[in-house]
Design a protein around this ligand. Structure first.
Ligand code: SF4
Ligand code: SF4
Length: 280
């Protein structure tokens, strides 16, 4: 039975897909985005133990026999001091769950949710878990949405496409050079996924983060919106305003775009034919 490294659950989310959704945030990401808002989800814990004594509530203990950190959520007051102390962009509160225990949570919430969304980190790094959970969800008529940075080639995995209803895809930059500057990885597979998921009608939305003094926003929005428009002008294109909240070190002094900039970019996407462009 597949297991998942889970950073957190949100029982009722209305920002991770349509309706009220149970959201699972998996640990681990293969990008290192300059503007990452959840840097504690990037790496797996290496058990350096530096965060243990930071916790004043005894919510963290070291199990030397199994060489793991044991997290007691009943003692945790969610102060995040342990996360701030971690120099490894990890989180001692990550827990391993099997499918059965996650399905137990979902079944209790079923009357109140319209589906499940798996986010991260980057969820496609734990595909075995996604396959199994997706099949179980189909048996109880709940939809499965994936929130992905687009680094995994969806066209090469029929099993994944079969179990997931829709994907929320980040297209962070249209320029490969800029994408590497931002994430440390090429955008080649991301753009391939954009094309493939549009043609397969598997996209719920496409998202691009706008950063005033760091990215060529006009070039990105212009090109991405043209590609979306060629396949589905009604698909939602979400333009996300960069905000420094949660960013580990804003060493590059990234700037939040003003409303005029966001509206100009929205109008650009609309002028390329898109019907559903939103700013958040
Ligand atoms: S977030 Fe929880 S585990 Fe971390 S330091 Fe605070 S109380 Fe302790
Ligand atoms: S969460 Fe970070 S600080 Fe704590 S043990 Fe793991 S790697 Fe070390």
């Amino acid at each position: 039975m597949a297991k998942a490294y889970v950073n957190k659950f949100i029982n009722f989310s209305n920002v991770d897909g349509p309706g009220n959704r149970f959201a699972i945030f998996l640990q681990g990401c293969n990008y290192k985005c300059t503007y990452c808002h959840n840097p504690e989800t990037i790496n797996m814990c290496i058990n350096c133990l530096k965060c243990i004594d930071i916790c004043q509530n005894n919510a963290l203990k070291y199990d030397s026999f199994n060489n793991v950190i044991v997290y007691d959520e009943n003692k945790c007051i969610d102060c995040s001091l342990c996360v701030k102390a971690c120099m490894h962009t990890s989180d001692p509160r990550v827990k391993i769950y099997d499918i059965e225990s996650i399905m137990n949570k979902i079944e209790k919430l079923k009357p109140f949710i319209s589906g499940v969304t798996i986010s991260g980190g980057e969820c496609t790094l734990q595909n075995d878990f996604i396959y199994e959970l997706g099949l179980k969800l189909k048996n109880i008529d709940l939809s499965l949405y994936l929130d992905s940075n687009g680094s995994f080639d969806f066209s090469k995995d029929d099993k994944l496409i079969h179990v997931c209803d829709k994907v929320m895809l980040d297209v962070k930059s249209f320029s490969d050079e800029e994408h590497i500057k931002l994430t440390k990885k090429s955008n080649e597979i991301v753009l391939k996924n954009l094309d493939y998921l549009l043609k397969s009608d598997k996209l719920y939305e496409v998202r691009t983060v706008i950063v005033s003094n760091y990215l060529n926003n006009h070039y990105n929005v212009d090109n991405i919106s043209k590609i979306i428009n060629n396949h589905n002008p009604n698909l939602r294109y979400k333009l996300i305003k960069y905000r420094p909240l949660g960013v580990l070190k804003n060493k590059l002094n990234l700037k939040t775009p003003n409303d005029d900039t966001m509206n100009e970019l929205k109008n650009l996407a609309l002028s390329n034919g898109l019907k559903n462009v939103i700013i958040t």
